[in-house]
Design a protein around this ligand. Sequence first.
Ligand SMILES: *Cc1c(COP(=O)(O)O)cnc(C)c1O
Length: 366
Amino acid sequence: MAHQWRGIITEYRERLPFGPEVSPVTLLEGGTPLVPAPAIGAKIGAEVWVKVEGANPTGSFKDRGMTSAITQVAQTDTKIVACASTGNTSASAAAYAVAAGLECAVVLPAGKIAAGKLAQAIVHNAKLVAVDGNFDDCLRIVRELTESHPVALVNSVNPYRLQGQKTAAFEIVDALGDAPDIHVLPVGNAGNITAYWMGYCEYAGKTTSASMEDSAARLEPKASKVPQMWGVQAWGAAPLVVGHPVSDPETVATAIRIGNPASWQYAEEARDNSGGWIDRVTDEQILAAQALLAAEVGVFVEPASAASVAGLLQAGAAGKVPAGAKIVCTVTGNGLKDTATALGERELDFTPIAPTVAAAVEVLGL
Ligand SMILES: *Cc1c(COP(=O)(O)O)cnc(C)c1O
């Protein structure tokens, strides 16, 4: 095995808060594909790539933050980690807890978790608590719980999560040779937009208020510029767009069904200091972008992930995309986690045919 990606801590340790003595708790996350998406680029007159974070070990970008958060917990005496989750954080926390030999408790909004994500938490033996409430209620509960009990919080309010997640920006710059002009991503609890902005800034020799240490001052810059950060929320869960918390967030994109983002200020900093914006798209636009990514790019993503592409297409239609711009969209999670939503209202006819070639040829219209 001459070459295998070694996971984000080993690949980027000099820019992470882990000394050489720390052995990572890793499932070899990161190193995900940056896939050209000419079918999207052609629609808006730009050069577009999608960063396919569904290719991580548990199928979402959460693994980047989880290797970092759980590696830190593994340095301590704490034996239990806990998180609130719309699904992917719990899937990732449960898997990395297994790798670390820790217990994992997850607090979930009842009935609002995609089946695949719930299955992941179950097979990795997490302890599940379903709450009659939304994600924001779950986060409030685990925050209080972890303050009063010997349990480590691994939501993105844990700064180690963002440290891991910033490596996606490093990978993009490493792949393209410099930062893109624009980076577009879905925004829920707003940890990821914070982390990407931190990653792009640190690679360009700058720090942000979310930065933990001054690697930018120690190391040579790897990028000559930073991108504009474009954030996309779902219409019914768009607190950063409407400017106040939303008490009953609603969207088909359950991973961004969040009414009071924990990293609110950091997200505004990323938006304002990059000259970008945060906008919202409808569920219809999200599902259309999901279908487009599947049928014209070849990448199957979950609904929340498609919000980035939906927001980019909306900006293109409004004339807000500079001609020929280099644009990266993060597609945050794997479509296989939520096949029910993807298939939705489609009419599927699986009436069996006679076991003959002739019958197959007839059905296929050949
Ligand atoms: C967690 C998640 C998001 C939202 O990221 P935030 O950091 O909460 O803004 C978007 N898409 C998917 C698939 C996720 O799992």
